[in-house]
Design a binder for this molecule. Structure first.
Ligand code: SF4
Ligand code: SF4
Length: 366
């Protein structure tokens, strides 16, 4: 499979790249900055410590009305389940934008709310699907130390188990555990995978992100200030070995990680000074970020460039306006390991070459 993929990538290198028209397909929406945790690896800790205003449901509805059909909306934060009107937002994007995939990134601290939303989604008309992505950073002691939240491991595992039980009878739903790999949890990759395997919970990995070490070539004036508070990437020379350990877990689990494994390998190449096999085709074009206060960015590694309030919450007008056009010029030559934009850029490139694989989803913090 890997050989096939590599041959495909080298064939694609000869294909001229076409930057897609600016039409949003994948939206990352930070529904709140509020969070009930203070994780050491959180890239958004400045926002979390000083939560700003939040868009109202009416404003969210206006932004959803303004944009065409979405492929994915990732609702993130902060802890999204803290928003009492989370269900109404999901309904808005799902029914109004005919969004194929709604993903919620969560720390798994509110299992009852998760099940309530899941049940309501299952009652909606079929056609799309819902994913809960629950963060799990290691075994109990490590997870709770990194999350600074006693009891959080048991709550997250309870949430994962309860959702996994429902998944068998709910075809439009899936739950997945996400582990951000950093220097504090590298020794627990295998035991955590063993635990999740016993619980029949799909598991994906990402490297902990930070503007300081995960990006190259962003013009300083538009570079966001988003880095973990006190956590970092394992030494770069250890990364190839780490990926092979994850690949061994994947092999044992029957190859469930799919495109995520290729993405981890691309990320390691980038950290070791390599070039990405495809440019960033999605940020500011087919994929973008709306923050909870209504500010809009091409990606989380670059600063917001406009505010929805200045466009009467018409995201479509903002996305096709002069500030967005200017931002697309400014980000023309940066690169980074941000998994959401690697996935969506890769997808875009595959579509351009007439190959459309089973697509994973965009994801963010949680
Ligand atoms: S997502 Fe794209 S635009 Fe944003 S920093 Fe990464 S490469 Fe640059
Ligand atoms: S990583 Fe997620 S759960 Fe942890 S503080 Fe940040 S937003 Fe909250």
């Amino acid at each position: 499979m890997r050989r096939l993929f590599s041959r495909f990538l080298s064939a694609q290198k000869n294909t001229p790249v076409r930057y897609p028209e600016p039409r949003l397909k994948d939206l990352i929406f930070f529904v709140t900055d509020r969070c009930n945790m203070r994780c050491s690896h959180c890239m958004f800790w400045r926002r979390i410590d000083n939560p700003g205003p939040e868009l109202t449901l009416e404003q969210i509805s206006a932004l959803a009305r303004s944009i065409p059909r979405l492929r994915t909306v990732a609702l993130t934060g902060g802890e999204p389940f803290l928003r009492h009107d989370l269900w109404e937002m999901i309904e808005t994007f799902y029914l109004q934008n005919r969004t194929s995939h709604v993903q919620i990134d969560t720390n798994g601290s509110m299992p009852d709310r998760m099940l309530e939303i899941l049940d309501r989604f299952a009652d909606l008309q079929p056609g799309g699907y819902l994913t809960f992505q629950v963060s799990l950073d290691g075994l109990k002691e490590t997870h709770e130390r990194l999350r600074r939240s006693p009891g959080s491991f048991d709550r997250a595992v309870t949430a994962l188990q309860a959702c996994r039980e429902r998944q068998d009878n709910t075809p439009c739903f899936r739950v997945v555990a996400l582990t951000d790999i950093h220097r504090e949890n590298v020794t627990e990759i295998e035991p955590l995978a063993d635990l999740l395997s016993r619980l029949r919970i799909p598991h994906v990995y990402d490297f902990v992100r930070g503007v300081d070490y995960s990006t190259w070539g962003i013009p300083p004036e538009i570079r966001a200030e988003e880095d973990p508070r006190d956590c970092g990437l394992p030494p770069v020379e250890d990364l190839p070995d780490l990926v092979e350990r994850i690949a061994a877990v994947d092999l044992r689990e029957g190859g469930q990680f799919g495109q995520w494994m290729e993405q981890l390998r691309i990320q390691v190449d980038l950290y070791r000074g390599g070039k990405p096999p495809f440019p960033c085709l999605s940020a500011g074009r087919t994929a973008g970020v709306v923050y909870s206060d209504g500010s809009v960015a091409a990606c989380e590694f670059t600063r917001p460039f406009a505010h929805l309030g200045d466009y009467r919450f018409d995201l479509n007008a903002l996305w096709s306006g002069p500030e967005a056009a200017q931002r697309r010029k400014e980000i023309a030559s940066c690169r980074c390991t941000h998994s959401c934009f690697l996935l969506t850029s890769h997808q875009e490139w595959l579509e351009q070459t007439g190959q459309v694989p089973a697509f994973e989803s965009v994801e963010s913090s949680g």
